[in-house]
Write a new protein. Structure first.
Length: 353
């Protein structure tokens, strides 16, 4: 029995790896082929080959793949992976599976900063906009997410222990405050700014193009790859901060870096796609049920599963009511809301039982 269980665990993990990789490849091909204009797989491969060889565009289908669908697919993979890994990091630092970046206000803080740049870049934030140029939005979103992350860390931790009730209540309060501030900015905005702000409030990948892909490649992919090295550190922190310190881990420095990386990935995603919730909650929870709590597996698997989930949701969002584009943030809320309630009820029943 003791020998068969590790073998079964290894087989299950290998099966999850195979499912994620094959599912991701199949979903990428589906997203490139499926749309208001149906394109065959052969045409998709031809368009990608032409892009790699720097050949000029050849017809409408080639333009649709290379200029519309392919950058959108890459954005979905990057943002989904970043949000999922940010969820793993946040839950690992706070040692609680409900500490999603959206639920504790990180995403709303990043969105508020981005909306402030949209509305106030011609007045109060004129110096900021002129100083940072095209990076004004992502940098502001990162700063907003980082500020809320630091605040939640201070409020949710007492004597080295995470206070779950305080964490969730403070997250509700932060979301209410940022929502009120966003409402004030909405009142001050003109018609053009209101149209831009609608994009942030619902979450969408509709306007993603190659410049956004290039920007997110550095802002999300780099910290994501660096965070993969912290699997052992997060495993040690699960045992408690004192135990992790005795094992030689600089706990406070590790927490600061991991929270900053989570804020950067969430802020960058919000700056490009608006608020897309629940990926950082849903993906780590499901993977823990499949492969256990080992962060050496959770981090890379969450990156794959997060990209797969957001790509699936975005493909459905742009095809369900085609030719109109349903905001993907609304679709993710419909998926994540019931799952969060079931997780919360499961924890409550577990403590009462």
């Amino acid at each position: 029995m003791s020998l068969s269980r590790p073998a079964n665990d290894s087989l299950r993990r290998a099966g999850v790896w195979l499912l994620l990789c094959s599912g991701l490849l199949a979903m990428v091909l589906t997203a490139l082929c499926w749309g208001p204009v149906k394109i065959s797989a052969a045409q998709v491969f031809s368009a990608i080959a032409g892009l790699l060889q720097a050949q000029p565009l050849d017809g409408a289908n080639d333009w649709i793949i290379r200029e519309l669908r392919l950058p959108r697919v890459l954005l979905a993979l990057l943002i989904g992976a970043g949000l999922a890994v940010a969820g793993v990091l946040t839950q690992g630092v706070f040692r609680n599976p409900l500490a999603d970046p959206g639920l504790i206000g990180v995403a709303s803080g990043a969105a508020l900063a981005a909306v402030a740049v949209i509305v106030l870049s011609d007045s109060w934030l004129l110096h900021w906009a002129s100083l940072t140029g095209p990076l004004a939005l992502p940098l502001a979103a990162f700063a907003g997410g980082l500020l809320v992350t630091w605040l939640m860390y201070r409020l949710g931790t007492w004597r080295g222990e995470t206070q779950v009730a305080m964490l969730l209540l403070a997250g509700v309060a932060i979301n209410v405050l940022t929502g009120a501030a966003t409402g004030v900015l909405t009142y001050l905005a003109d018609d053009q700014q209101l149209r831009s702000m609608t994009f942030w409030s619902m979450g969408s990948l509709a306007w993603g193009r190659w410049p956004e892909v290039a920007a997110l490649s550095g802002l999300i992919l780099l910290p994501l790859l660096l965070c993969l090295r912290y699997g052992r550190a997060l495993n040690a922190m699960l045992l408690g901060e004192q135990v992790a310190g005795h094992l030689g881990l600089d706990v406070q420095a590790c927490k600061r870096w991991l929270l900053a990386a989570a804020a950067l990935m969430v802020g960058a995603g919000v700056a490009v796609a608006g608020v897309i919730g629940f990926i950082g909650l849903v993906v780590p929870h499901l993977l823990r049920l499949l492969v256990g709590p080992d962060h050496r597996l959770l981090l890379p698997m969450s990156a794959l599963a997060g990209g797969l989930l957001l790509l699936l949701a975005d493909t459905l969002a742009r095809n369900l009511i085609a030719p109109q584009d349903l905001p993907v943030g609304l679709l993710m809320a419909l998926i994540g809301g019931p799952l969060f309630l079931s997780m919360l009820l499961h924890q409550v029943r577990g403590r009462m039982g």
